[in-house]
Design a protein around this ligand. Sequence first.
Ligand SMILES: [Zn+2]
Length: 283
Amino acid sequence: MSNGTRIDPEEREPRAIKIRQPKHTGRKIVFSVLAVLSAVLVIGAGVFAYINFGDYFEFDKFGKTSEESSSPESEPEIPEESFEPEIPEESEPEHIVPEEPAEPEVPEEPVEPEKPEIPKDEWFMLLVNKENPLSEDFSIEAVTIDAKGHTVDARIAEDLSAMISAGEAEGLDFVIQTAFRTYAKQKEFFEAGTTDAAPGTSEHNSGLAIDIGCANGNFEGSPEETWLLEHAHEYGFILRYPADKTDITGFEHEPWHFRYVGKEQAVLIKESGLCLEEYLLQE
Ligand SMILES: [Zn+2]
């Protein structure tokens, strides 16, 4: 071993290190710069992507998808209790109050109930008086209603019989005084002075009217009159010549004279308080 060739490894090594160190340092700087640039690029790309395509992924501020944010878990932020105070209990009676005045308005609507149409052209509504006389050739199908041979229009016989039977069932005793009288018979009586009703002007000429008496004395004030005033309309008959309608009917009050108009119309006429002339003049 010679001293000349002896090389102190500790001296040579540092030399080599000192030479190499700049190289290593330079590489580290380059790598560091590259790493920083790469990081900047990655971050920049991420920011760019977030800005430009963030909506596509539907991320909201809280990092949740819109489906997650709309989930029921997020609703408790608006508690339901907060809505109740907004509807105070006092508001309920306020809603009822305006409805109450509306109810009384309802009955005002049916103020004008539809009146049933008056069957003015029906045979049972035939108007016969001094202004509306029947013609000489007027005729009916007459049927006999009692042992005395009184006749009426066949179409009223059933209701007339039912009315008389109903009264007799309550102990009343009706007597038919006058029923159908032909035009010719009316003419005979008129010319003889027995009646002041010209031929065709008496309702008895129509076969739709009867004069009813009672077996025991005066008809006026009798139980038979009282019963007929209460029940005649139930069988289709009306008191034809009321005391308060003489100016319109042209006849004095005849408490015994009843006229058939059919059950339905008899009820309506009785309720109206009108005589037949007034009733038929209605629209
Ligand atoms: Zn009569």
